[in-house]
Design a protein around this ligand. Structure first.
Ligand SMILES: Cc1cc2nc3c(=O)[nH]c(=O)nc-3n(C[C@H](O)[C@H](O)[C@H](O)COP(=O)(O)O)c2cc1C
Length: 614
């Protein structure tokens, strides 16, 4: 057992820690734990013997001894540089450019009793062997292009530069303009098909096919337990229009349309590999749901597709060799539909499940696990990649951008949002099931009013059962018309959307009550999107705590102004910042502290961030 109070060293596995501004470490010599003092002696002896074997000069040996005597002593040097190497002072902001430039490999060295940086320019190997090598290298920082963050295969498979995608936002809030801007930035974007009719989705398909002929993009498929026909028709539209990439959400179980989409056109390529033209990125937050998406499509659905003639027997045989989704997003506490899971616990759980399912099914390409929910700053992105996320997903911050299909009122409210300004409220689409969504709380009474409606729905079986005074309050404040008038409007909506719902409501007063309440919830999102000022107090705006973290980060920068928030500029800044922070972490892992103001990374204008990312 190591006594952490007694500074000692393990030679085979140097460990470092710091205590009262002094560096200590452990070194084990032949199984014996030695003290710091004997470590210094050993280091000096080692340096002398190693350096003499390398035929280096007396100066180098002296330098190594003074290094061993120095206060810094983070461990044995990993190499030595020529005395004339250009050393940048460690504590000068000008020197930090070398760290900020992601593609610049840097040595951290010790010179003149202090730390310094040496930009690696390709001449180092000779310098290291020089007889005049007097500058010990403490550690080396490799280049870390932002394109290396996450799993490279995610970028290659989807034809993008960075392992980052912008999630769909319902009612076309994730607009054609947004998806196009994201694609231009070398990232992946999903159009927000949820809540839209087929004609509107098809219009977006037309627009994106024309505007992004050579760039990838995807469409959303949100589970509609109340409208199974809409889900099936949307899948048919995607199949008809060759939409090859779909982001799914809110599925609690696998459905036939989902399987149809995934396995349609499955075959073997010339090399014998199973290939599928269609890909699913499944967003989820529950283990039991993840297990289904990480497994092959259920056999009974495959049999159904064979019976209906949509799959041949040979194709059906291939379906057991692929996961339902090649990419999974562990979606932590996010805007909209969420189980509020913490990213730090959800991600490792889903990752472990992936490993288990991969061991069970041995897919030729293991499913990748990305992370979404709460990511809105370089710090959160760096943490996601550090945990092993194959890619990251953002949502709330994109709604605040100029390309989103929402109102300036909403953008202004989002710019004011702080960490705790969000709340859970009943969802319009899964109201009866008691499903909640995360929305903006500040500046609107939506979450409270929606919760009141759900409470009434649970407690009563018909509108007529609700006490008169409550009914009057709802008519006055929320519906702004009588229940009769509201039912007339609700019926007219469902007559176009799904007339069967009206039938059900006429036979079931509780269902009628649900449809009226859902109508308020649904319209509350439209009022926000349209910027209807007369209904500002009722705005339903999906939003997660990530919005507050973002606002805190960009405070006092050009991105604090809603008009300057552009989706690609923000994404590239997050990616650049994440890569930079990972480089900083690497230096800290050498046992070297970094100035706090170096790590306080501020947003850069697009031209500047592109320069750094180059
Ligand atoms: C306004 C808004 C609408 C959303 N609508 C959908 C949707 O229709 N379908 C979907 O899959 N996800 C939807 N989401 C979730 C996002 O795609 C994304 O997964 C999530 O916002 C990421 O978490 P974050 O909000 O913390 O960034 C929505 C999110 C927001 C903020």
């Amino acid at each position: 057992m190591i006594n952490m109070q007694r500074p000692t060293y393990f030679i085979s596995q140097p460990m470092l820690y710091r205590n009262n501004r002094n560096w200590y470490g452990y070194k084990k010599i032949g199984g014996k734990v030695v003290s710091k003092k004997s470590l210094r002696t050993t280091l000096k002896q080692e340096a002398e013997s190693w350096l003499s074997r390398m035929k280096v000069s007396r100066q180098t040996i002296e330098a190594s001894k003074s290094f061993a005597d120095s206060e810094f002593l983070p461990g044995p040097a990993i190499g030595w540089l020529h005395k004339d190497a250009k050393v940048l002072p460690y504590d000068k902001p000008e020197s930090w450019e070398a760290i900020k430039n992601l593609n610049c490999p840097v040595h951290i060295v010790f010179k003149n009793n202090g730390l310094g940086l040496v930009v690696i320019n390709g001449e180092i190997p000779e310098a290291m062997l020089s007889t005049d090598s007097t500058i010990p290298i403490i550690g080396s920082l490799a280049a870390l292009p932002a394109a290396n963050l996450g799993d490279r295969s995610f970028c290659d498979d989807h034809g993008i530069d960075y392992a980052y995608y912008t999630g769909a936002m319902a009612n076309g809030i994730a607009s054609v303009e947004m998806v196009e801007a994201v694609a231009e930035g070398g990232l992946l974007g999903f159009f927000g098909s949820g809540g839209l009719g087929l004609a509107e989705i098809e219009k977006a398909i037309d627009a994106l096919t024309e505007r992004c002929p050579d760039k990838p993009f995807g469409f959303n498929l949100i589970h509609s337990p109340n409208e199974p026909k809409l889900e099936a028709d949307t899948v048919q539209l995607y199949l008809d229009r060759n939409i090859r990439l779909v982001e799914t959400a809110a599925f609690l179980d696998v459905t036939l349309p989902l399987v149809r989409y995934r396995v349609s056109g499955i075959s073997r390529d010339d090399g014998g590999q199973v290939v599928t033209p269609n890909h699913i990125i499944a967003k989820l937050s529950r283990e039991e749901v993840a297990a289904k998406f990480l497994s092959p499509p259920p056999k009974h659905f495959i049999d159904e597709l064979v019976t209906s003639g949509e799959l041949s027997r040979e194709q059906a045989g291939l379906c057991s060799l692929i996961p339902l989704a090649q990419d999974i997003v562990a979606e932590a506490d996010s805007g909209g539909h969420t189980d509020n899971r913490p990213a730090l616990t959800l991600f490792p759980t889903i990752l472990a499940l992936r490993d288990k399912k991969q061991a069970e099914f041995n897919f030729s390409q293991p499913p990748r696990i990305g992370l979404g929910g709460g990511i809105s700053t370089p710090w959160s992105a760096a943490a996601a990649y550090a945990m092993g996320a194959a890619f990251i997903v953002t949502g709330s911050i994109n709604q605040a951008c100029v390309e989103s299909e929402t109102s300036d009122n909403v953008r202004a409210m989002l710019a004011e949002t702080r960490q705790a300004d969000v709340a859970m409220a009943p969802a319009a689409d899964m109201f009866e099931m008691g499903v909640n969504v995360q929305v903006l709380k500040r500046g609107t009474m939506f979450s409270m009013r929606a919760a009141k409606l759900y409470e009434l729905y649970r407690n009563y079986s018909a509108i007529e059962e609700i006490p008169l005074v409550e009914r009057k309050k709802i008519e006055k404040s929320m519906l702004r018309c009588s229940f009769e008038e509201s039912w007339r409007k609700t019926k007219s909506f469902w007559r176009h959307r799904d007339p069967e719902e009206i039938e059900r409501a006429l036979n079931n007063p509780k269902h009628k009550m649900a449809l009226i309440f859902r109508s308020y919830l649904g319209r509350a999102a439209v009022w926000a999107q349209n910027g209807d000022l007369s209904r500002k107090i009722d705005y339903q705006i999906f939003c997660g705590p990530s919005m507050g973290a973002f606002n805190e980060w960009v405070k006092d920068s050009f991105l604090a102004t809603p008009e300057n928030r552009k989706v690609a500029t923000i994404a590239l800044n997050i990616l650049y910042g994440a890569a930079f922070l990972r480089r900083c972490n690497y230096i800290q892992n050498m046992g070297i502290s970094l100035p706090e103001n170096l790590k306080r990374i501020k947003p850069l204008k697009l031209r500047q961030v592109l320069e750094y990312l180059k």
